[in-house]
Design a protein around this ligand. Structure first.
Ligand code: SF4
Length: 446
């Protein structure tokens, strides 16, 4: 959406625009190239795109923005770009996306509002968008004539005082509406549900990420039903692999199925994750995460757990998490390698993530280790650019050290290392010292 808005902005100025969703030569050599980025773990294609277009058009100015660039600007800056844009690009914010570049799209996508009134520790929205604001203008202008569907990416639309204005406009437009990022169940009472019912919302999405949201959902679901929404068309995102335990996750899934709504499990990823599905919370194990993933494929539908009678029975009758998510084994299972536990985060007992919490992960062939020579923090060996090495990062995505393959962190000692570093390498205000305590590292490695 960001790129499409930038296109509208430039066309408004009289510029010619080309849109590339694969790496290819442009029809006309560009003066400026914008590259967007999505989740942090999808960083590699971003760097490849930068390198590809830099080689083709060395004189063009290349700008990189988007989610990854905002959450990890230091890492993103290692791409071959002229500048990294952090946060929203306010100058294009209110432009309608240039749908002529994506003629197959049948739905208008937009943000009617930005930001969120809350600061959930697992969520990137407060960092990406800040406090809640909007709607700054009529959203009708953002709906392409002819589109019969509107998808709102607002992260907490009900948190905006005048959200009813948006509903009124959408009702006038008579379009199907998807509040794609979910509605905050804590803000839904009977009055809110009745107002929402003025729209054709399909489906109604909410979240049950932490146990304390239970009462809110117990209030919101009947309110929405009374207003006329079908429970089976209520989809509730269900976070796991964060501060929760597997048993806690199971009881939230049972709650939702018991209430007749669909549970959509969402595996937690740290905000600076560079490898998808590698993070394992201290309360979870690779085996248990795999059980959930498999159950979603086998017992669920489209990755979700619908309130099927058999499924509810199975989960409620189970005496443990293992029993709840166990499946009959298949011969091919034996050939599958067990997932390895090689990364994770030490969580303190306080709720909420803070910067003084360190997350280390191995970054094989990370651009930092490809672009610069590094010194192994453990044994002192020099590694030339491109030689195999591993980078360690703090929670904010800053590099705090490198190790060579001989000192490769393995799971036997990595927890000890984290604890040591948490105590010795990070000050209370969360500033990293940018150097690992070599003594601690050597002691732990060897
Ligand atoms: S309410 Fe939703 S959007 Fe807001 S901080 Fe929490 S998870 Fe993020």
């Amino acid at each position: 959406m960001g790129l499409l808005k930038i296109s509208s902005f430039h066309k408004h100025r009289g510029d010619d625009v080309e849109f590339h969703d694969t790496l290819r030569e442009a029809e006309h050599a560009p003066a400026k190239i914008y590259i967007t980025s999505l989740f942090t773990y999808s960083w590699k294609p971003v760097h490849e795109a930068a390198a590809f277009y830099r080689t083709l058009y060395p004189d063009a100015e290349i700008a990189l923005g988007g989610i990854y660039a905002t959450l990890m600007p230091e890492h993103a800056g290692l791409a071959d770009v002229d500048n990294v844009h952090v946060g929203l690009l306010q100058s294009v914010e209110r432009f309608m996306p240039d749908y002529s570049l994506v003629p197959d799209w049948e739905s208008s996508i937009m943000f009617g509002t930005r930001g969120c009134i809350r600061k959930c520790a697992f969520c990137a929205v407060p960092k990406l968008e800040g406090k809640v604001w909007g709607p700054a203008q009529s959203i009708t202008d953002l709906v392409k004539p002819g589109h019969r569907e509107v998808t709102l990416w607002d992260n907490n639309v009900l948190g905006v005082p005048n959200w009813r204005d948006i509903v009124d406009e959408l009702r006038e437009l008579n379009v199907k509406v998807d509040f794609n990022q979910g509605l905050d169940a804590r803000l839904i009472d009977q009055g809110v549900a009745e107002k929402l019912r003025q729209l054709r919302i399909e489906p109604v999405r909410m979240a049950y990420d932490i146990p304390s949201e239970r009462n809110a959902l117990m209030r919101a679901i009947p309110a929405l039903e009374t207003a006329g929404f079908n429970r089976r068309r209520m989809h509730v995102y269900t976070l796991y692999n964060f501060m929760d335990s597997p048993d806690d996750f199971l009881s939230r899934v049972i709650d939702l199925l018991d209430w007749g709504v669909v549970s959509y499990p969402m595996r937690y990823e740290p905000l600076n994750s560079l490898v998808k599905n590698k993070y394992i919370s201290p309360h979870w194990t690779p085996q248990r995460l795999e059980m959930v993933a498999k159950a979603r494929r086998v017992l669920g539908f489209g990755g979700a757990f619908p309130p099927y009678e058999g499924l509810i029975k199975k989960l409620k009758a189970a005496r443990s998490f293992e029993e709840a998510f166990s499946l009959r084994s298949h011969p091919s299972d034996k050939r599958r390698r067990a997932p390895r536990n090689v990364a994770g985060t030490i969580e303190s007992l306080t709720t909420g993530l803070t910067r003084d919490r360190a997350a280390f992960r191995e970054l094989l062939n990370d651009p930092a280790t490809l672009a610069y020579s590094i010194t192994c923090e453990s044994c002192g060996a020099e590694r030339e650019p491109g030689e195999r090495a591993f980078a360690l990062q703090d929670y904010a995505g800053q590099y705090v050290g490198f190790v060579c393959p001989n000192c490769h962190p393995n799971r036997k000692w990595i927890n000890g290392l984290w604890r040591s570093v948490l105590g010795e390498s990070f000050s209370r205000n969360g500033q990293s010292t940018r150097s690992l305590p070599v003594g601690v590292l050597s002691r732990t490695v060897h």
